[in-house]
Design a protein around this ligand. Structure first.
Ligand code: ATP
Length: 468
């Protein structure tokens, strides 16, 4: 079991999305995807500090839910899967959002997210929307050398035949069997490996299969920074239980989700449990709790916890012809296990972490911005600096301290000798570095250094030995 340390400081209720976006860009956390070519909507690139923060969040999840448990089996399934997976799961038919088009400007919008359903948000004209159409959010692709133009089903693409003849080749045709999708969730890669895990490891119920990885959704209106992206990352668990024991496991996972939020440093009063009413639940779910967070854009879904019954395994059982039943060891009791699914989105967790950590205060009459990130999430644990970078004896000593600290905290120590010491502190505060270590002339005499605390800005003198 892990110990939960709850340490709430009050976050800044005034934090705005622009503040987070601008800090993330300025300091090398997150940039717009394909920015040099004008960007690609709904995609984001992570810079060095963003990668580190994202990894720390994902590693924390892995540590809590995989490494520290003996009932969890991790998998890493392929992103491209047989199209039958998405037919059986219902995604091909029902993974849709309602889409409306403005007859004036041709702008397309998600019907259920419009502030005013009668007025086009782009051109401002009223009454220009027709009936909503269901838009499937999966990215479709073709596996192998098949033609890619659906309008030519079974036939060559227009003009392709003549062009192909000139080349002495056959025109490519569209092969519906070649269709695949970029996975819209990691969960199906878990269900399709359920039998493999059972056959190789003989786990007792309840047990879980965990996966982290990319998911893709062709969102009609990607928005709010990384909150609604077209390419994002999920951390999902399918926890297989006896059908009579689902409630107990559901409660267990409610507690586990909260323990994870604590470790992310989210203030408890910013996280809310929404018991999703039956009408709003996915068709397969008998109970769902959405954990919502007070983002600067409002209270929105951070992650979901769903009781998916035996919906997915039963579908596989019926559609694949393979037996998905579980036999309780030493008995004849057989059944298709039921499932509790805690589904976390990395980007929404990361955004909640940044919002919770964002602070502004005043130091010596100057405005200061800093990220009060929990130590275990901060991309940089220590910054090491020589007080003056043009004094070789200070630089040499500082390099020594840097090397030793790096051995202890690989990849989490930054060398920083840019600008004066005040500027370095400001920069490190902004990226959430808990402590800066400064080597000065006294260090050369008595082997002590100055350690400066990010949150209090207090400085202490301690021996190098103690730091390392
Ligand atoms: P929403 O209603 O906000 O679209 P959802 O209910 O469709 O979300 P789920 O299908 O339950 O989301 O996906 C599980 C988790 O994956 C979400 O709680 C969220 O953290 C994350 N997620 C889903 N869609 C996106 C997205 N477009 N961008 C970033 N994260 C996402």
């Amino acid at each position: 079991m892990f110990v939960v340390v709850i340490q709430y400081t009050h976050m800044n209720p005034e934090v705005k999305l622009e503040d987070i976006v601008s800090l993330a860009k300025r300091r090398g956390f997150i940039w717009q995807g394909s920015e040099v070519y004008g960007g690609l909507r709904g995609t984001w690139d992570y810079g060095p500090l963003g990668v580190a923060l994202k990894r720390n969040i994902m590693n924390l999840w892995w540590q809590m839910f995989v490494d520290e448990r003996d009932d969890m089996y991790p998998v890493d399934a392929a992103i491209l899967m047989n199209q039958k997976v998405w037919q059986a799961s219902g995604h091909v038919d029902t993974f849709t959002d309602p889409l409306v088009e403005c007859s004036n400007c041709r702008g397309r919008f998600r019907a259920d997210k419009l502030d005013d359903p009668n007025k086009c948000p782009t051109c401002g004209k009223e009454g220009t929307f027709g009936e909503a159409k269901q838009f499937n959010m999966m990215f479709k692709t073709f596996v192998g050398p098949s033609g890619q133009n659906e309008l030519t089903i079974g036939e060559p693409m227009e003009g392709a035949e003549d062009a192909a003849k000139l080349e002495g080749m056959h025109a490519m045709t569209y092969d519906p069997n070649a269709i695949s999708y970029l996975r819209p969730e990691t969960a199906q890669g878990i269900f399709t490996n359920y039998k493999n895990v059972v056959d190789s490891f003989y786990p007792n119920l309840p047990f879980g299969i965990a996966q982290q990885g990319k998911a893709f959704r062709n969102e009609i209106s990607p928005r709010d920074f990384v909150f609604r992206s077209r390419e994002f990352e999920q951390m999902e668990i399918e926890y297989f239980v006896h059908p009579d024991a689902w409630q107990e496991s559901f409660e267990h996972w409610v507690d586990q989700c909260k323990a994870f939020f604590d470790k992310l440093g989210l203030p408890a009063d910013s996280v809310h449990e929404l018991e999703v009413p039956e009408d709003d639940r996915a068709h397969y779910s008998k109970r769902t709790i959405d954990f919502e967070f007070d983002y600067p854009i409002g209270r929105e879904e951070l992650m979901g916890l769903a009781y998916r019954t035996d919906f997915d395994l039963k579908n596989i059982h019926e559609n694949s012809g393979k037996n998905m039943e579980y036999t309780v060891k030493g008995t004849n009791e057989r059944f298709i296990p039921h499932v509790i699914e805690p589904s976390f989105g990395v980007e929404r967790a990361l955004m909640a972490v940044l919002v919770s950590a964002y602070r502004e205060d005043e130091q010596n009459g100057e405005k200061r911005t800093y990220l009060a990130l929990p130590e275990h999430l901060a991309p940089v644990r220590y910054a090491v600096s020589p007080l003056l970078k043009n004094k070789p004896e200070l630089v040499e000593k500082a390099r020594e301290v840097y090397r030793e600290l790096s051995k202890k905290h690989p990849g989490r120590v930054m060398w920083d000798d840019n600008g004066n010491i005040g500027k370095r502190y400001r920069r490190q505060d902004e990226i959430g570095t808990p402590e800066c270590v400064v080597i000065d002339f006294d260090t050369l005499e008595d082997d002590t250094v100055t350690i400066r605390d990010r949150d209090t800005t207090e400085q202490r003198r301690i021996s190098i030995e103690e730091v390392i």
